[in-house]
Design a protein around this ligand. Structure first.
Ligand SMILES: Cc1ncc(C[n+]2csc(CCOP(=O)(O)OP(=O)(O)O)c2C)c(N)n1
Length: 514
């Protein structure tokens, strides 16, 4: 057994069974060791941003880490944006970053860089073995660190000689920590504050949006506390049978307007809400004047249990109000718009589906339409770095055990990681990719005005418009092995989406929404 075998054995013994990879020469021992351990599923991704986004989607659905296999600093760097989104989703991931052999590092070979520094800013844990004997223990430590809580990406830098040298040490078990309990005193204090408030609101962070948390939060809502989630949530169970919290609005002034009059904000596994960006003359912190904030559970604490106890303390009803199943009465007709797409998605989205959302300005229409749809999970753009819609869908489908996955993408966002389509085809994943083809970075046109930068002229328009040439998504998809159709009316989209939901396998629908 060599160090690479020891690493993969340790992964398998700790139930890390999927590897999203883009390998190079320094990772050849790892690649070869995969032939000796069939329990690890290797998934080739043609760009590291696909591999890291896939590991994020996998972790959000499986609730446990996948590993990535990345080629030194440049490979990790290519994967950074989607690891940033994963960091904001607190997704457990173990990155295996291949490096030069320990004795080769001193020569500053062309691919050498300060990997620990590059990975450090975005990882909860970064270490590198010096010998093959250290690999298994460090891998177990990485897995434990990735789980947190809160979860995050742990980066194991693997020198090539630590992978090829012999070792007898494998299978070290990771220790997994539970979320810390919130003290009874702290819960009592928040109960007292809520009783004294005229208009209390509760804000749920991304790690406090699982089924148990939503149910507990829904009990508080039934007692008159308004419940919102952060704007983007890593994974939120939605639709019929679930409590539906509101969502912090994206634009700061709308959020403050929406929260007007609130006099107490209770934070659960999140911090004070802030605007995505600063704008001249507008506030950064989205807490209305005169509103007190209080922390019920910090990140890494058990918000679900604290909310249950809080609900008991304020004598809230025993159950949350659950959304009814209410589907649109008719298929949409006429011009194709995001709203029409939303009607079709609500109509045909099957129970248990997973939605990977990177649809930027089109998104809110789909979110609104599916509020009372069949039960599904929604995976949001937690870190605001576009280009996760297709990769996260790849990982969600690998983890999902047959659940239908729908990937929603702006045409701008989709182009960042379009290589992910090839992985969908290669792995035969049951994913329907919808691209909102509006031929423009629409949100940036809105932001140009909001930031006071003025009206777009000919030069700035060149940076905001995608036409000339317009992107041919159907040809792109076909070239990467995914069957695709272009839809220009609500009727044709509805028929294509209904078919995509009824038949398994990857496909792409270009929704022309001018
Ligand atoms: C990694 C990254 N690069 C750039 C941006 C800036 N950005 C935000 S939205 C956007 C364009 C989105 O366009 P599209 O996906 O077509 O959606 P639309 O705004 O048209 O709905 C860009 C470039 C970003 N958020 N993340």
């Amino acid at each position: 057994m060599n160090g690479a075998d020891a690493l993969i054995e340790t992964f398998i013994d700790n139930d890390v069974v999927a590897c999203f990879a883009n390998p190079g020469t320094s990772e050849m021992q790892f690649v070869s060791a995969l032939d000796r351990q069939p329990k690890m599923r290797p998934v080739l991704c043609l760009f590291e941003g696909v591999a890291t986004g896939a590991a994020d989607g996998y972790g959000r659905i499986a609730g446990k880490p996948a590993c990535t296999l990345l080629h030194l600093g440049p490979g990790y760097g290519n994967g950074l944006a989607n690891l940033h989104n994963a960091r904001r989703a607190f997704t457990p991931i173990v990155n295996v970053i291949g490096d030069h052999a320990t004795y080769h590092r001193q020569y500053d070979a062309p691919l050498a860089s300060d990997i620990a520094a590059i990975a450090g800013a975005n990882s909860v844990w970064v270490k590198s073995p010096e010998t093959a004997d250290q690999v298994s223990a460090l891998a177990a430590e990485a897995i434990g660190a990735a789980f947190g809580p809160p979860g995050g990406s742990a980066s194991l830098i693997l020198p090539a000689d630590c992978a090829w040298n012999e070792t007898n040490t494998a299978g070290v078990r990771a220790t997994r920590r539970a979320k810390a309990a919130v003290s009874a005193g702290a819960i009592e204090e928040v109960a007292r504050q809520i009783k004294g408030a005229a208009k209390p609101v509760l804000l749920l962070g991304t790690t406090a949006c699982d089924e148990a948390s939503l149910e507990a939060a829904g009990r508080l809502a039934a007692a008159g506390v308004r419940v919102l989630t952060d704007t983007f949530v890593g994974r939120q169970p939605r639709g019929a049978g679930r409590f539906a919290p509101d969502r912090m609005m994206y634009f700061g002034e709308m959020a403050l307007n929406d929260l007007a009059g609130a006099d107490l904000m209770v934070l659960v596994e999140t911090h004070e809400p802030v605007a995505f960006f600063a704008y001249p003359g507008k506030p950064s912190v989205l807490v209305p004047e005169g509103c007190e904030t209080t922390q019920l559970a910090a990140l890494g604490e058990d918000g679900a249990a604290a909310m249950e106890a809080l609900a008991d303390a304020i004598r809230a009803p025993a159950a949350a109000h659950h959304q009814p199943l209410k589907l649109p009465e008719a298929a949409p007709s006429g011009p194709l718009t995001p709203a029409a797409v939303g009607v079709s998605i609500a109509l045909h989205l099957p129970e248990g589906a997973i939605v990977s959302d990177d649809s930027v300005t089109a998104g809110q229409s789909i979110i609104n339409a599916t509020r009372t749809g069949r039960p599904h999970d929604w995976l949001g753009l937690t870190g605001g770095a576009i280009g996760q819609g297709i990769p996260v869908a790849v990982g969600a489908a690998v983890a999902g055990g047959g659940r239908k996955v729908v990937s929603l993408n702006g045409d701008g966002a989709g182009m960042y990681t379009v290589q992910g389509l090839w992985t969908l085809a290669r792995e035969g994943l049951d994913v329907c990719v919808v691209v909102f083809a509006n031929n423009v970075y629409r949100i940036l046109g809105i932001e140009l005005g909001r930031t006071g930068a003025g009206e777009p002229g000919p030069a700035s328009s060149k940076l905001l418009e995608l036409g000339n040439p317009s992107i041919d998504w159907v040809s792109l998809a076909k070239g990467l092995g995914v069957p695709a159709v272009r839809c220009e009316t609500a009727e044709t989209f509805d028929a294509a989406f209904a078919r995509a939901m009824a038949e398994p396998g990857p496909r792409l629908i270009e929704a022309v929404v001018p």
